[in-house]
Design a protein around this ligand. Structure first.
Ligand code: RP5
Length: 167
């Protein structure tokens, strides 16, 4: 296992404007105490940085990359093309097409270069953070237990509030 402070998950996004969505992935990683790093890396505006990030990810100890982008969302697929570190793609909800463009850009990868694509928007970002923690949890018991606790509390919260009319 890496040093605790060494990031195990890289969270990247195409623009600062993606942060209001991608913050939910980071929120989950913090909840489960998964070491992470977060950075703007654009497929279109900083293509050389994107390649460098992907090419050095494995050597730097990253075990999962979460990549969020909107519109013509090439970032997750292009990063996946340059590394064997698993990539989770988050389609950010775009203004013009409500994220349908982002989703289709990310999900329809050619066979041989997978991107694990999540839902459009906040739920997708949140689930990307949880899924990344579950992957990391295969090797780190404390992370696995933190995810299990979160899931158990979520279940209990529904069971404790069965009346849909209650505040
Ligand atoms: C993509 O273009 C980004 O991922 C973002 O979702 C979208 C719009 O970017 P900005 O014009 O807001 O910087 O590259």
């Amino acid at each position: 296992m890496s040093q605790p402070s060494t990031p195990l998950v890289g969270v990247i996004m195409g623009s600062k404007s993606d942060w209001p969505t991608m913050q939910y992935a980071v929120e989950m990683l913090e909840l489960f105490a998964v070491p992470y790093e977060v950075k703007v890396v654009s497929a279109h505006r900083t293509p050389d940085l994107m390649f460098e990030y992907a090419q050095t990810a494995e050597a730097r100890g990253l075990q999962v990359i979460i990549a969020g982008a909107g519109g013509a969302a090439h970032l997750p697929g292009m990063v996946a093309a340059k590394t064997v570190v698993p990539v989770l793609g988050v389609p950010v909800k775009s203004r013009a097409l409500n994220g349908n463009d982002s989703l289709l850009s990310i999900v329809q990868m050619p066979g041989g270069v997978p991107v694990g694509t999540l839902a459009i928007g906040d739920a997708g970002a949140k689930n990307a953070g949880i899924l990344a923690a579950q992957i990391i949890g295969n090797q780190i018991a404390a992370v696995r237990q933190a995810v299990a606790k979160f899931r158990q509390e979520q279940t209990q919260s529904v069971l404790d509030n069965p009346d849909p009319r209650a505040e």
